[in-house]
Design a binder for this molecule. Structure first.
Ligand SMILES: Cc1cc2nc3c(=O)[nH]c(=O)nc-3n(C[C@H](O)[C@H](O)[C@H](O)COP(=O)(O)OP(=O)(O)OC[C@H]3O[C@@H](n4cnc5c(N)ncnc54)[C@H](O)[C@@H]3O)c2cc1C
Length: 500
């Protein structure tokens, strides 16, 4: 087997599979290198099953993390062909125009990326709209018929009754409101970028010879020759490439860069890694959506086992963000298996920023993750607002607490900021939407430029959710695939050509 390729893609997740499939489809000799398994066990594909999110599951990196002072947790990330998209919830919503405007990266306005969002999808509900695609690899639909949970319409009705506007298509780039969640699940099964872009066994007959997939192969470090990256180190061998694209996800990517000597000097020295190229923003200044769950009362009808959990959401403005800095998401199945169905209340545009640092040069040692959630007054204010609005929705739908021990906040907690802050801290979790750990831009903390090239190094790009300067106001799964699509054009130098 050859060790030389045109492009090595590190990490076969949402962005990596998309990129590798598109490159190989154009005849680019591509190696796709994945740390996890390349065969997805069938029991992990039912969309309602979040079994692989449990710590210890073979498809899950399960990183230990600190969410805020005194609150530790284990954060799931996909470790398998398809990456986090192979174990996620199937909520498939684009970032909103204001996200791209806030990031302010030339060439990355909403209008610039819309062709890529369209190219990846076949939207069954809105295919005649010029905002949507009708021929992409991912089939997008919204809960309907048998697969719409009995709680979904009452949730939407309660939102409207409380005066919140409707958002009929959450992928139209319009103002926030209440509406159904688009999903990429099909027939009750999870469809990852691997399923969509790399048909088994990894490619179409016309182009699969251009693609080599390495499974169970963690990339230990990048190989540098001066200021040029020439390939990657895996299990005592080097894979050489004219170009290396790191798509190891928002945890794996900064960890690999740091292990390779690319990152903040103090972090590298503390971990015992020689500094090859100082870039202060690697692993710093990222964000994610802090969240808490409010349970629905017991006794409501269970949804069908093959229905998606995340059925509908209210996106709204806490008072300072017309594009919607809060999300209240109806989970018809519980996120954590075994519990009650619930509303997930999340701050979608947090100000608090996290830190990631490797602790040694060894690729087997997991990085340290410090989310630093709810550090700012504004974030605590937003989180309280989300919980109180969710409690109003529960009341309006007739789903509020059945008893004092159902796990939700009591009236005396909801009515008092200090007590509610305490309840939130005790129940705090993460949406698992980490973004921005190798951010795109031109400032001192930027890691990649608008072409996704790592500043100051030749032959190296990053193309995954690490590059988003902040977590988008909606979940990042759709945006990760959009980045993979766009990276394929950038690598091939055909920016502006939007068709496959
Ligand atoms: C449990 C869970 C539920 C989620 N639910 C949703 C949802 O419903 N909707 C939504 O919008 N978002 C959701 N997300 C987030 C979303 O799925 C991710 O943000 C997105 O898939 C990230 O894509 P990515 O390409 O950046 O990284 P990933 O898809 O995580 O891919 C990274 C890949 O790189 C591999 N890798 C890492 N390090 C190395 C290395 N050194 N060598 C080789 N390979 C390596 C990993 O094993 C992985 O396969 C969820 C995430 C999780 C974990």
């Amino acid at each position: 087997m050859t060790d030389s390729f045109d492009v090595v893609v590190v990490g076969a997740g949402s962005a990596g599979c998309t990129l590798a499939g598109r490159l190989a489809g154009r005849g680019v000799r591509t190696a796709l290198v994945e740390a996890g398994a390349v065969v997805v066990p069938p029991d992990s594909t039912p969309i309602a099953s979040l079994a692989a999110t449990a710590p210890g599951h073979v498809l899950n990196w399960a990183y230990r993390a600190t969410l805020c002072q005194g609150r530790e947790c284990t954060v799931p990330r996909g470790r398998v062909l398809g990456g986090s998209g192979a174990i996620n919830g199937g909520y498939f919503v684009r970032a909103v125009p204001a996200d791209f405007a806030d990031w302010g990266v030339p060439g990355w306005s909403y209008d610039d990326v819309l062709p890529y969002y369209r190219r990846l999808e076949r939207d069954l509900d809105f295919c005649t709209s010029d905002r949507h695609g009708d021929a992409g690899p991912l089939r997008i639909s919204r809960p309907s018929g048998r697969l719409r949970a009995a709680t979904t319409d009452p949730f939407l009705a309660a939102c409207l009754a409380l005066g919140h506007p409707e958002e009929p298509d959450k992928n139209a780039g319009g103002p926030p409101g209440a509406g159904l969640i688009p999903t990429n699940a099909v027939d009750g099964r999870r469809v990852s970028a691997a399923t969509a872009y790399l048909p088994p066994p990894w490619g179409n007959a016309e182009w699969k010879d251009a693609l080599t997939v390495f499974g169970g192969t963690p990339v230990e470090t990048l190989v540098l020759d001066g200021d040029r990256v020439t390939g990657v180190r895996v299990g005592g061998r080097t894979l050489h490439a004219a170009e290396t694209v790191v798509t190891a996800g928002a945890v794996g990517t900064p960890a690999l860069l740091q292990r390779s000597g690319i990152g903040p000097e103090d972090t590298l020295r503390a971990a015992g890694v020689a500094v090859a190229h100082e870039l202060p923003g690697v692993g710093r200044g990222w964000s994610d959506h802090p969240a808490v769950f409010l349970p629905l009362r017991s006794g409501l009808p269970d949804p069908p086992a093959d229905a998606v959990a995340a059925q509908a959401a209210l996106n709204l403005d806490s008072g300072t963000d017309p594009a919607g800095d809060l999300e209240i998401l109806l989970f018809a199945h519980p996120f954590a298996p075994g519990g009650p169905a619930h509303l997930m209340c999340a701050v979608q545009r947090p100000d608090s920023l996290g830190m990631l640092a490797i602790t040694s040069p060894d690729h087997d040692d997991p990085p340290r993750l410090d989310f630093r959630y709810l550090r700012t007054t504004s974030d605590r204010h937003r989180m309280r607002a989300a919980v109180r609005i969710a409690a109003e929705i529960l009341r309006a739908a007739g789903w509020d607490r059945a008893g004092p021990d159902d796990g939700g906040p009591a009236g005396w907690e909801l009515g008092n900021d200090t007590r509610l802050d305490g309840w939130i801290r005790d129940h705090l979790t993460t949406s698992v939407h980490l973004s921005g750990s190798a951010a795109m831009g031109s400032g001192p903390d930027a890691v990649v430029d608008a072409g996704l090239r790592v500043h100051g190094l030749a032959g190296l790009r990053v193309a995954d959710t690490s590059v988003l300067p902040r977590a988008p106001r909606r979940g990042p799964a759709a945006t990760a695939i959009m980045i993979g699509e766009r990276a394929a054009d950038l690598v091939c130098g055909i920016e502006g050509e939007h068709r496959a």
